[in-house]
Design a protein around this ligand. Sequence first.
Ligand code: NAP
Length: 272
Amino acid sequence: MEQRRRPAVPGARPRLLILGGTAEAIALARRAAASFDVTTSLAGTTENPARPPGRVRIGGFGGAAGLGRYLDENAIDLLIDATHPFAARMQANAAEGCALAGVPRCRLLRPAWQRHADDRWIEVDDIAQAAAAIRSPGRRVFLALGARDLPCFAPLTDHWFLVRGVSPPAQPIANGLFLQARGPFTLGDERRLLVEHRIEVVVSRQSGGEGARAKVDAARALGLPVVMIRRPPAPPPPIVDTVAAAIAWLDRQSAVRPIAAPLAQTGPADAG
Ligand code: NAP
């Protein structure tokens, strides 16, 4: 679709909408604030999410058409989709909504973890396959997943589950333990956790990123298998994999001065 033309307001900074819920979205909002009028959008699914600098809006848009309307009504110039790699619906809606509104969009998608020679990964396509994969190999399981994925594991009544999350699940876990915690976690933290709870198998999404990888490294160090859920298919290009590359894309899209603020070294964990 043809890109929207809006009368230029002298001196006004371009309006940037960041679709957030990740540490990268916060780092991006921090760096872009010097040159853009930044709004970050959160889904509203996490209690007390880490808040980025700048304006924050919370809640769904009402599908791709709703996002298209929001972009139009709020005169958004550019959009970076910095949602989690598993936010499949939002990334598809971002591509479609931006096309409808004629707003340039870029997907910021952190690199996936690379498999080491001594990793014992069992790669699967979805949660149902993950539940099937642990039927025999393990009894004590660390589920590094969201609360909404837990029902798939409910039929495995002879297993013991360790579940960790930012918010407790709606239903208590009958055969296991819920730990309320927010990352990032260190290798030492994760190793201790796996040993203390005598974990035999880890179930994880292929999230990528530094904040969540320690559990995968700890499993490798302890020789434990990891049922690794593959990512959903990527959306249409452009796609970048670092905050710096997203800033470079923004600079190319606008006539603003280059953004000089330093990259954040560490960031908070993901939160919707
Ligand atoms: P999803 O399945 O792709 O999205 C479901 C719906 O939630 C979307 O259709 C949209 O509603 C709304 N939504 C999602 N992200 C939004 C955002 N940033 N701003 C406004 N609305 C948003 O996504 P999800 O997997 O439920 O994840 C929800 C949020 O949690 C995302 O922002 C993601 O970055 C974050 N997160 C997800 C995971 C994960 O493993 N999936 C992990 C950590 C953080 P409408 O259609 O009504 O617009």
